[in-house]
Design a protein around this ligand. Structure first.
Ligand code: CA
Length: 366
């Protein structure tokens, strides 16, 4: 049904182009009258703060900016397709647009996680710098092109928390045998360090942690973790999330649907995605600060930094995991090189700017 709509839209556009007698203003008028109704599938629980509400806002912005010419109906995970099948649904044209995380597609596309985040990788500012100025978006488009998908960044959670633990982590030995919910490469690294990686949807974490079915779990950060009630399921809240230092969220558009849009609607969509990136990233910066204040007042919670020695050990495992990834996949190798080359320059810059400033601001007692 929806597929027929694109075709109808495209036929209308071709019809105009073929009609040589039509005047330019008349053509423009007809193009501006074409309306497009799209479905957006997402991997998020309904109205999840940040990720879910970000999808809703993107759709509203596009509708208003296009004066109703492009309307997008948003579906939560499971409403139209299951949460982790957004990539396939948009690739096949079941839905025209999706809102998702690229690291969920790791099984079919090993390089995909680079466009969310990789362990010990870039923070939020570095991720955006690389995507918009370092050739990141171009590499991303190249990677998704065979799947008939056009991707754009639409938000970032900022550095995540390592997660909720039922026991203290004093040395790398404490990781051994730990049953932890941590998806993707982060989970693989924990597994290399001796943990047992458990995969489950966000909605199952609370019960699994509370009943002791798992010993630890990561989700996002204070803003989203409080909304799942995780602070009532475990005592130790560890930071920082080495596994997700600057997770970028993606908007993916079916290539045929994208091509059917006139240039102004394409531009509106692209700008709305950029606007969404700023909006969602700011929402997390704000929401996490507010939620953390609430958690710090709770006497039942211990906020703890992971020991440096444990962090170092995990970084060694991460280096090996990345080496294995790039040795078996040409796309991953190319993207890793691009990111590494930027991070070498950026690390020095971050050290004398953000890190130095924040360190001195926090330490000063005036
Ligand atoms: Ca996470």
């Amino acid at each position: 049904m929806k597929r027929r709509k694109f075709v109808a839209g495209m036929t209308a556009a071709f019809g105009l182009a073929a009609c040589g007698k039509e005047t330019e203003p008349a053509k423009q008028e007809k193009i501006f009258k074409d309306k497009y109704s799209w479905n957006m599938v997402t991997s998020w629980p309904p109205n999840l703060p940040g990720l879910g509400t970000g999808a809703n806002k993107l759709a509203e912005d596009v509708f208003k900016a296009s004066d109703g010419r492009l309307s997008i109906k948003v579906f939560a995970g499971g409403e139209l397709v299951p949460p982790l099948q957004v990539f396939d649904a948009v690739s096949q044209g079941t839905a025209q647009i999706g809102h998702d995380s690229s690291y969920y597609h790791r099984g079919k596309l090993p390089a995909a996680p680079y466009f969310t985040t990789v362990p010990f990788g870039m923070n939020v500012n570095e991720t955006n710098a690389w995507l918009y100025f370092g050739g990141g978006i171009e590499l991303w488009h190249e990677l998704y092109e065979p799947f008939d998908l056009v991707p754009f960044p639409v938000g970032n959670t900022g550095v995540q928390m390592l997660g909720w633990f039922n026991k203290e982590i004093s040395s790398i030995e404490d990781i051994k045998g730990l049953k932890i919910r941590m998806p993707g490469l982060g989970g693989e690294i924990m597994q290399r360090a001796g943990a047992v990686q458990v995969t489950m949807a966000g909605s199952e974490i609370f019960t699994s942690l509370q009943t002791g079915a798992i010993d630890a779990a990561e989700w996002v950060g204070p803003y989203n973790d409080v909304s799942l009630g995780l602070h009532k399921a475990a005592k130790y809240y560890y930071y920082p999330g080495f596994h997700e230092p600057g997770p970028n969220i993606e908007c993916i558009i079916n290539t045929e649907a994208w091509s059917s849009l006139p240039p102004d609607l394409q531009k509106i969509l692209e700008i709305a995605c950029q606007s969404s990136n700023l909006n969602m990233t700011s929402e997390y910066m704000w929401g996490n600060a507010v939620a953390l204040e609430q958690l710090k007042k709770d006497p039942n919670i211990q906020l703890k930094q992971i020991p440096q020695a444990v962090f170092n050990e995990l970084k060694k495992h991460s280096k090996n995991a990345i080496e294995d990834l790039v040795s078996g996949d040409r796309s991953s190798e190319k993207i890793q090189q691009s990111i590494e080359s930027f991070m070498e320059k950026s690390s020095s810059n971050q050290e004398i700017t953000e890190l130095s400033y924040l360190d001195m601001r926090i330490r000063s007692e005036i």
